[in-house]
Design a protein around this ligand. Sequence first.
Ligand code: KIV
Length: 282
Amino acid sequence: MVKKKTIKDFMRMKKEGEQVAWVTAYDYPMASFAEQAGMDMILVGDSLGMVVLGYSGTNPVTMEDCISHCQAVRRGAPNTFIVGDMPFMSYQKSDEDAVANAGRFIKEAGVDCIKLEGGMRVASRIKAITDAGIMVMGHIGLTPQSTGQLGGFKAQGRDVNSARNLIRDALAIQEAGAQMLLIEAVPPEVTGFIAKKLEIPVYSIGAGSCDGQLLICSDMLGLFQAFTPKFVKKYANLSQIIINAFKEYISEVKSGVFPADEHMYHIQEPEEEFERMFKEFK
Ligand code: KIV
């Protein structure tokens, strides 16, 4: 059985230069595969809105969606560190709201840490949640919940001003008490600088190397067909494997090849007895 990692392990890994590998998962089977493969941690991202629920963005995702998917992931990966992603408007209104909703992730879904998007502007939320004894991961760079303000799914920190703001955000997040930071779609020079400057572990999704890498499982496995971000490496093309399997099944059902004898339950009494019983209904 794998031993669940804790923040102490992640701090040690940063210190020793050992990379953390993690993916998103949204349901029981994927979580179980991730744990069996030895993933260091799992994010139940609100990306579930796009890659599982079929929305064009993450903002329609609700607390109920997140809690229910986190519960399934926890059942599939009981021994893996799980990060639950706080959905849009579950923490934006007030510190009180943020603490109450973060608490639901811990109490109802058994996650180990919550993640929320934003830098300086969410510092008071991070402080309030950590003061309640809940571990927080910050998320800066391309923050999908504010793609309206960012002008779309666009890389951040590519000019000096924007990079300076990211560094200020990262420092504010650490200062507020967050124990980990995720940086999305930012040049490696900026990410590398932040990872060296911060004491807490800094992870990347599309932001070059630092203390570890995150990918969305549906992207890396070729399950999400709408688009593939530049930073994704596809390790499998499962959508094609699934479509081919479905096609073969359709063809075998229509031609009568499936089900074959080995897929059937057989009677346990002589056939004549069944014939006699069938006659009762004629
Ligand atoms: O929801 C998610 O999966 C995320 C990643 C894009 C970082 O927040």
